[in-house]
Design a protein around this ligand. Structure first.
Ligand code: DAH
Length: 373
């Protein structure tokens, strides 16, 4: 055997026996590194006589590539081993039993919003959203509440300071930013973006500087909007009746429409729902005028004011429709029997596990929008 053959056999044996990737890397440097033994041999080629180089050149090149190939193959083997080991250690045993106590639940507000989306989707409504940080124009002006409109005072608005340093409010009308006080600005945004005809509900968070057992600084509303060519109050009443019957899952829901005032609707109606006394509890359903019955104010609505339609860029002589707004938390309290709104946002796990829903309890019209697992 020539020296080169011997060298090759030695190198390949050592590579084959390298215990791990680090040892292999050390061998690579030993043979093929800048100062490596094989690299050193390669350098001698330059000094050889041409005839000798013709013989030695292919031999040395063969040695170098055989060594490099062996190192690469061994390296790949180490990598595969490592991957196999990782896959083996990271196995997930899907046969493990679920925890005894369910972890987490769907908040009643989320559940009710899903119920609303389900009910209104069946009536051809889609779900629209808008920003919670809103500008004055969308929140007020375009809803027919000009700068000096007294209705603005009722909203206890959180305004943003113009800039943190000077601590002053931006008083430029329309560009001043605020936390939206209602979901009604989504009416404007949806009309501007999609035009008419349109049928949407817009559920979401709203903010007012107010706090007691029935008011929290953040709460939830759902806005409804229908604009088309010949929509009238009858459509509004039928839609609300159909919605409330489906939501409360009772056929005997009776509505009373009372004349009211909102700047963004004309005429405006306040909607009351009949309730009856059942063992000292007020249960929705039945004619509120019957003995032992009463009316509960539930939501605001009306025919969209012509000025609002014009603000949204549509011709009020061509388009008309209705809108309504209702508190989602209030709907949840009435349906599921909570009495303190503040508990909704305390994050108390006892409350959440009592009033929360299973994620599997998806509201569907066929299975009942409020079915509890
Ligand atoms: N935006 C009103 C509020 O927050 C609720 C409301 C009343 C919305 C009447 C409407 C409506 O769309 O027509 O108090």
């Amino acid at each position: 055997m020539t020296d080169l053959d011997q060298l090759k056999t030695d190198a390949l044996t050592q590579i084959e026996n390298a215990p791990d990737a680090a040892a292999l890397e050390a061998l690579r440097i030993e043979f093929l590194g800048k100062q490596g033994s094989i690299s050193g041999l390669m350098k001698t080629l330059g000094k050889m006589a041409p005839e000798e180089r013709q013989v030695q050149g292919p031999l040395l090149n063969g040695l170098r590539s055989a060594t490099a190939d062996a190192i690469a193959a061994r390296k790949e083997a180490f990598e595969n081993e490592e991957l196999e080991a990782r896959l083996a250690s990271e196995t997930l045993d899907l046969t493990l039993p679920a925890p005894d106590v369910p972890q987490g639940s769907v908040h009643p507000v989320s559940q009710v919003m899903d119920e609303l989306a389900e009910i209104f989707a069946d009536l051809g409504f889609s779900v629209a959203t808008g920003p919670e940080i809103e500008d004055d124009w969308h929140n007020f002006t375009a809803l027919n509440m000009a700068e000096t409109h007294p209705a603005r005072a009722m909203h206890d608005t959180f305004y943003f300071l113009q800039d943190r340093a000077d601590q002053t409010l931006d008083n430029a009308p329309n560009t001043r930013m605020l936390l939206r006080t209602h979901t009604s600005p989504v009416q404007i945004r949806s009309l501007v973006e999609h035009g008419a005809p349109i049928r949407i509900i817009a559920p979401g968070r709203v903010y007012r500087s107010d706090s007691d057992a029935t008011h929290t600084p953040m709460f939830h509303q759902v806005e409804g909007l229908v604009i088309d060519r010949a929509i009238h109050l009858g459509h509004l009443k039928w839609t609300l009746e159909t919605f409330l019957k489906a939501f409360f899952e009772r056929e005997d829901i009776v509505l009373r429409l009372r004349p009211s005032y909102f700047p963004f609707t004309e005429p405006s109606v306040e909607v009351d729902v009949g309730w009856q006394d059942v063992d000292g509890r007020r249960v929705l359903g039945g004619d509120g005028d019957a003995p032992g019955h009463g009316w509960m104010e539930l939501l605001g609505s009306g025919m969209v004011n012509r000025r609002v339609i014009a603000f949204a860029g549509l011709d009020p002589d061509e388009w008309q429709g209705f809108a309504f707004g209702v508190g989602v938390d209030r709907l949840a309290m009435l349906k599921y029997g909570m009495d303190d709104l503040r508990a909704f946002f305390d994050g108390d796990r006892r409350w959440l596990s009592h009033y929360g829903f299973s994620p599997f309890d998806q509201p569907t019209l066929s299975a009942g929008v409020g079915a509890r697992a």
